[in-house]
Design a protein around this ligand. Structure first.
Ligand SMILES: [Zn+2]
Length: 366
């Protein structure tokens, strides 16, 4: 038997406001009937209109092609990675799903999501990866995937087709460390993200090599890269630096700019921060990310949720800076992970990146 059950009718969710999954139809590929029932209950708690559970890949793919009446389309799909076995990798399932059902987000479940599986999920453009033991977490991840699909900007009533974000860093890898997860998250929900790196980082190695690494890292995150050639170690908040940022602002016309904080022990970071404040005086929203050299005076007031997949993208982008890995203590994966995990306290998700909002002139959300 391939179809486990059809579960219809929302059972209401506890809090006020519209249920996040109201009116949605979810396709569930899950090997275990009891787990499928727990997932269906959690999804219906968040308002899902129907949950259609199947227990084979064939049924999953063909149900995706021809949803049962009265469902016209699926809003999201959930796939149990344990289905695959040695002959059917998660990467292959995601590839087939994406080819047959472009635009329908897939959340992957696993008994014990590993960093390696998160990388596979990232490459296959899964919306998220969650533990099979966490039905509530799964429902929240599905709700997030559906919301990003319906309103990829995450900005209700903005009236814009695509928001543009410019992220400024003094050296190659600064932006990835401070905001890599958020860049990935926004770029993959439809934002147009540009990274501006002010130097080739000549003090940290061969500039040609560092440039190549910087391009690869931006590509992994889904961002475009602009590079200036200011002197590594002796940047100033002078006219040259301001004009370099102004050129990028003129080219990108950003709705949001994110840069180093003033509360930073590195002189280049402070200079780039100050120059960006001047260059972005007319930009709607300006915020600061946290660098490894930020001081305790860095005071974030916004926290961007990251999924396992966003975290995997951040780590992959930082890893692209091969020439730095051996010599920089702050590039160690356990530190990067635990830092994001710590900030997750403030966003009720496992991982988050902090932002210190400097100014905002309208309701655009970072
Ligand atoms: Zn730096």
């Amino acid at each position: 038997m391939s179809e486990i059950f059809e579960s219809a009718g929302a059972i209401g969710h506890g809090s006020a406001g519209p249920a996040p999954l109201a009116g949605t139809h979810i396709l569930l590929g899950e090997r275990d009937r009891e787990t499928a029932a727990r997932f269906a209950t959690a999804l219906r708690e968040l308002g899902a209109s129907s949950v259609h559970a199947v227990d084979s890949l064939d049924a999953f793919i063909s149900a995706g092609t021809a949803p049962p009446s009265p469902v016209r389309f699926w809003d999201a799909a959930v796939w149990d990675s344990g289905f695959g076995g040695p002959d059917l990798s998660l990467g292959r399932v995601l590839e087939v799903w994406r080819a047959r059902h472009p635009g329908i987000p897939m959340v992957v479940t696993d008994d014990a999501p590993s960093a390696r599986l998160a990388v596979t999920a990232l490459r296959g453009r899964a919306a998220d990866l969650v533990a099979r033991s966490d039905p509530e977490g799964l429902a929240v991840a599905v709700a997030r995937a559906v919301a990003e699909r319906a309103d990829p900007l995450g900005v209700e009533g903005s009236g814009q087709n695509s928001l543009r974000m410019l992220v400024v860093g003094a050296h190659p890898d600064d932006v990835e460390i401070g905001l890599g997860g958020t860049i990935h998250r926004r770029a993959h929900s439809g934002w147009d993200v540009t990274v501006l790196t002010m130097s080739g980082g000549g003090n940290g190695g061969d500039p040609a090599q560092r440039r190549k690494e910087a391009h690869r890292a931006a590509e992994l995150l889904g961002a475009r890269l602009l590079m200036e050639d200011l002197p590594d170690g002796s940047m100033a908040d002078d006219r040259t630096t301001v004009e370099a940022v102004e050129r990028a602002v003129a080219e990108v016309a950003p709705d949001v700019v994110v840069v180093h904080s003033e509360s930073d022990t590195h002189q280049d970071h402070r200079a780039v921060h100050r120059a960006t404040l001047v260059a972005c005086r007319k930009v709607a929203r300006l915020a600061c990310y946290q660098s490894p050299s930020a001081t305790v005076a860095y005071r974030p007031n916004r926290f961007i949720e990251l999924s396992e997949v966003d975290m995997a993208a951040k780590l992959a982008a930082i890893d692209a800076h091969h020439s730095q890995a051996a010599s920089r203590w702050y590039l160690e994966e356990d530190l990067l992970r635990s830092t994001a995990r710590y900030w997750g306290r403030f966003s009720q998700t496992r991982y988050a990146e902090p932002l210190e909002l400097v100014h905002e002139r309208n309701a655009v959300l970072v």
